[in-house]
Design a protein around this ligand. Structure first.
Ligand code: ASP
Length: 424
């Protein structure tokens, strides 16, 4: 290798110079940590690398005896051809974060343009336009944030974007992805991406996730999807459907998993190839439709053994318009909860039942309690994830005030949230 870990180097690529310290890098690549705290990765055959300072173990120091890797003989990918237009909307989260050394906490500090500057390889994939929607951690998102985000996405598609990337905190990314899945019928890919480790950590997943997301944004997959590491290695990302995905680990880079469905496909980080696994909506198959409207007064309630049914009474009296229950097993609450469930339905509040098992399908026809829940008017959420069921309920009640119509909509698959045959 012409450079080693810890060296301070400058890297020239397409006329732009990037400076930073060499991080552990894969064969054929160089990753540097820049002053901004962001990591940037380059393929060594496409750049000119100049060592400014050695890490002291060997080799020249302070720019004397500069060593260079070969500059790429071929023009950079993308040179001379018209690249697809991709809008990148930043909302905050770890992908836009670094450690604030005053407080020691990780905070959102980067905009969409900072992310583009820090991951120069993105510019070989598409012609990007950055736009800041917010700079918040995703635990601070709410249904108004989802609607603002959806509106911005629609504006970008109307303005001619061939794809849209949304950088987002991972904690609630699946709620936002589900919300946009219900609100927007899209002719182009809408891709959510985040990172589990902030940019200033050597193990940050920001660059690989962003590059894979960009490849999906210019692909044929015209759905709302979520693209994140598929394994703990830097080998491939998975493309998850926005209504079928869940964060399943607090810290692992491959925290997101499709539940009750296979992922739409994968993106190989090395070959940059997308392999699709299930059917998906193709680019241009649908025309753009925006259906905003979200009822915030809905709740997701987890039933636990011995839980007081008065919990439901609270929501009824507080004017909530609908409830999702996270029941046990096939979708149960205790017998004591059933009169209260009936009271909610009598008050024209749809009650949707999901399972805290997450995997599998609701079936309230097997046991007495389930049958009584159905008699009381509960709607089976089939194999919908509880969080997706909540977002769906909020969206449905944002579309109609008619209880019967809402129940009908809730029973149907609207955006891939209910699959016909759940995987065993
Ligand atoms: N708490 C952060 C958020 O969801 C975590 C992350 O971005 O990964 O915004």
């Amino acid at each position: 290798m012409e450079f080693k870990q810890g060296d301070r180097v400058s890297i020239e690529k397409n006329g732009t110079v990037y400076e930073g310290k060499v991080m552990p890098s894969m064969e054929g690549y160089i990753t540097i940590k820049m002053k901004s705290g962001y990591n940037a990765g380059f393929s060594t055959d496409r750049v000119r690398i100049t060592r400014l300072e050695s890490n002291g173990e060997e080799g020249p120091k302070n720019g004397k005896g500069v060593k260079e890797c070969k500059a790429g003989g071929e023009p950079p990918a993308g040179a001379g051809k018209i690249l697809p237009k991709v809008a990148i909307l930043s909302t905050g989260g770890t992908i836009a974060s670094k450690i604030d050394y005053r407080t020691g906490a990780v905070t959102s500090q980067f905009t969409a343009d900072d992310i583009l500057a820090a991951i120069p390889e993105l510019k070989e994939i598409a012609d990007f336009k950055g736009r800041v929607i917010s700079s918040i951690l995703s635990e601070n998102m709410d249904s108004d944030s989802w609607q603002n985000l959806a509106k911005a996405v629609v504006e970008e598609i109307e303005a001619g974007a061939d794809g849209v990337i949304i950088t987002h905190g991972t904690d609630t990314m699946m709620y936002s992805a589900a919300a946009l899945s219900f609100m927007i019928e899209t002719p182009v890919p809408i891709v959510f991406v985040g990172s589990q480790r902030s940019a200033d950590r050597p193990s940050s997943d920001n660059a690989m996730n962003a590059i894979c997301a960009a490849l999906v944004a210019i692909s044929d997959i015209a759905e709302v999807s979520l693209v994140m590491h598929g394994t703990t290695s830097d080998d491939y990302c998975e493309i998850h459907r926005g209504t079928k995905v869940r964060k399943m680990h607090t810290s692992r880079r491959d925290a997101f998993k499709s539940v009750n469905s296979l992922p739409i496909g994968t993106v190989d980080y090395n070959t940059r190839e997308i392999t699709t696994i299930v059917d998906y909506t193709k680019r241009g198959e649908k025309s753009l439709k925006f259906k905003p409207g979200m009822e915030a007064k809905c709740a997701l309630v987890k039933f636990t053994p011995g839980a007081d049914p008065a919990v439901l009474d609270y929501y009824i009296n507080a004017g909530y318009r609908g409830l999702v229950l996270e029941g046990t097993g096939l979708g149960h609450v205790s017998t004591k909860w059933i009169p209260m469930l009936r009271k909610a339905v009598d008050a024209k509040m749809p009650v949707v039942v999901t399972s805290q098992c997450l995997n599998g399908r609701i079936c309230d026809r097997v046991y007495d309690t389930g049958r009584d829940m159905l008699k009381a008017g509960a709607v089976e959420g089939e194999d919908t994830l509880p969080e997706t069921a909540l977002v769906k309920l909020m969206w449905v009640l944002g579309q109609t005030d008619d209880f019967e119509k809402a129940v009908e909509m809730l029973k149907n698959d609207l955006s891939g949230e209910i699959t016909e045959c759940t995987l065993k």
